[in-house]
Write a protein that binds this ligand. Structure first.
Ligand code: 5RP
Length: 236
């Protein structure tokens, strides 16, 4: 089975999982290629939900294209579940997220939800977080000071840049990647995150940081993980 098929498989399992929620519930929806498969798989059943809350402009666009109602998170007080992918997940359900740059809104919606249903394939499961670069969204004017603070944790910090267009592949891009919130992203490579909750709160306290893509406080409560033999359901 290739990675696309594994994403499809886990997306269908997540669809079946959220259809167990009572009719009329509101659903939180994540961002990324696995979340996109989930949105597509859920589209024929959109009538089961009274609305969705979205974690990015890209997800909002996809949800609206399928005819889902997308609500302002400020209108929502009860959110039974949030479904999203991850870049890495450890055996306790702590995650690195933000590979797609949507970490801040993802964390906000996750914090509203009673359940975080993480969907991924088995390649995202790691014993210790940190092989994937840890994204940190920052206020642009704090670039210098936050970089110096993050370097103290031992990793190598680099600013995320926009991808070059096809015509421009020879030249390295020097344009910062800008998030939906107008923030920039620093990626921290080379960390070995044995205490995710502590690191999350330490990085959150640096002035200029909007959000760190370490989801320990907002860790997964359910993991649906696909592999060659099907989908496993793990609860934390
Ligand atoms: C976006 C995210 C995604 O959930 C994460 O990057 C996984 O994406 P994909 O499903 O494409 O592998 O955190 O900010």
């Amino acid at each position: 089975m290739n990675q696309e098929q594994l994403k499809q498989l886990v997306a269908e399992a997540a669809r079946d999982e959220v259809l167990k929620l009572e009719s009329g519930a509101i659903l939180g929806v994540g961002t990324g290629s696995t979340a996109n498969c989930f949105i597509d798989a859920l589209a024929p059943y959109k009538g089961h939900f009274s609305g969705t809350v979205s974690s990015s402009n890209a997800t909002t666009k996809r949800l609206l294209q399928h005819g889902f109602k997308v609500l302002d998170p400020n209108e929502v007080t009860i959110l039974p579940a949030y479904v999203d992918g991850a870049d890495e997940i450890d055996p306790a359900g702590n995650m690195i997220k933000g590979g797609g740059g949507a970490l801040t809104r993802e964390k906000i919606i996750a914090s509203m939800a009673s359940q975080f249903i993480c969907i991924c394939d088995a390649s995202k499961q790691v014993p210790v977080l940190g092989h994937f670069a840890l994204p940190v969204e920052i206020i642009p004017l704090s670039l210098g000071v936050v970089t110096r603070q993050l370097e103290k944790f031992g990793g190598k910090v680099s600013m995320r840049l926009t991808k070059n267009s096809q015509e421009d592949l020879q030249q390295a891009s020097s344009t910062p990647f800008v998030t939906d919130n107008g923030g920039w992203i620093l990626d921290v490579r080379g960390l070995h995150i044995t205490h995710p909750r502590d690191l999350e709160s330490q990085i959150n306290q640096i002035a200029g940081v909007i959000t760190v893509g370490l989801f320990a406080k907002e860790r997964a409560t359910i993991l649906l993980v696909s592999g060659p033999s099907g989908v496993d359901r793990i609860t934390f």
